[in-house]
Design a binder for this molecule. Structure first.
Ligand code: FES
Length: 220
């Protein structure tokens, strides 16, 4: 389906979403999700169209798309693998899980496999810290990751039997989807992340609690 036809298809739905809110811009996230479901990513055309429907600037829409790891800014693989690299997950073994993903799939942060099946991105806290280490696969949560359940997941995806459905792919993904906002080679393996992890391992006393003004008041 070309983009003009997609706009016709989604217009009534977008109008209904906008009508649900006192402020039309509140429909921004659901409209972006609909474009992503249809296109497999949020295309530049989708950003412009969403801005026009909501009467906001394309920059506002783009800043939302680039802020959330829920939105894919480039064509990606059929399975978007997003392990969490937040602190709770790191403490519970995410570093090893991410290294395992990288080694097993021969992929680095923000890369897509040559067959277009997997894209890989290490993301910030997914707000499921009580089930760390965790990840999202096509935005569905997978909890309590181990190397064994990573093996099972990859095997099932390759066999076409995984419980999470593949993403729509309307455009072939590039090998890397690093954008102008990304630092090439970043991810948990980047220099600052490595330094932080080494410091945590070697000297946990470097993490000091600073008394807050509230605590000082309570201590009086
Ligand atoms: S740190 Fe991973 S979900 Fe919060």
């Amino acid at each position: 389906m070309n983009f003009a036809a997609l706009v016709v298809k989604l217009k009534a739905e977008a109008d209904a979403l906008i009508a649900q809110y006192p402020e039309s811009r509140s429909a921004l996230l659901p409209i972006l999700h609909r474009f992503q479901q249809e296109q497999g990513y949020v295309s530049p055309e989708a950003i412009l169209q969403t801005a026009e429907w909501l009467k906001i600037t394309p920059a506002t829409v783009e800043s939302t798309v680039t802020f959330y790891s829920l939105f894919y800014r480039r064509p990606v693989g059929k399975y978007m693998l997003q392990p969490c690299r937040g602190l709770s997950c790191i403490i519970n073994g995410a570093y090893d899980i991410m290294a395992y993903f990288r080694e097993k799939l021969c992929l680095e942060h923000l890369q897509t496999s040559a067959d277009g099946l997997f894209s890989y991105e290490e993301v910030e806290c997914l707000a499921a810290c009580d089930r760390a280490p965790c990840m999202q696969v096509n935005l569905e949560f997978i909890y309590d990751l181990t190397k064994e359940n990573v093996d099972a997941m990859i095997e099932q995806i390759r066999a076409g039997s995984f419980e999470v459905k593949p993403l729509t792919q309307t455009k072939a993904p590039d090998a890397s989807w690093v954008g102008k906002h990304d630092v090439p080679g970043s991810g948990v393996g980047d220099a600052s992340g490595e330094r932080m992890l080494r410091r945590l391992e070697e000297d946990s006393s470097s993490i000091k609690a600073h008394p807050t003004s509230e605590r000082l008041l309570a201590d009086v």
